[in-house]
Design a protein around this ligand. Structure first.
Ligand SMILES: [Zn+2]
Length: 98
């Protein structure tokens, strides 16, 4: 009776402790590893696009005139092609000055 009663309890306790320890060990390993990877990935993915966008915006602002733009011969402002009112002898005039 004693052996029959004790043996199942010991195995149950051992299995419970082992499984709990294994689960805790696996959880800590997985969580810590995934958090480290996510932090580095997020930092890199967040930094790169922002830097690229700012560089593109700066380069676009530095360029004075695009291919689809013109400089008005009266106000000397750069306008889009859609704002071109008239062009005489290479003198382009915007709608505001026309
Ligand atoms: Zn003008």
């Amino acid at each position: 009776m004693a052996t029959d009663y004790d043996s199942p309890r010991k195995t149950d306790d051992d299995l419970g402790e082992d499984s709990l320890q294994e689960l805790q060990a696996r959880r800590t390993d997985k969580s810590s590893g995934s958090i480290d990877i996510d932090e580095t990935d997020l930092a890199e993915s967040l930094e790169l696009p922002g830097a690229d966008l700012s560089n593109e915006e700066l380069s676009l602002r530095v360029i004075p005139r695009q291919a689809d733009e013109f400089t008005c011969s009266r106000c000397f402002l750069v306008h889009h092609r859609s704002q071109l009112a008239s062009e005489r002898n290479g003198q382009q005039v915007c709608r505001e000055c026309a």
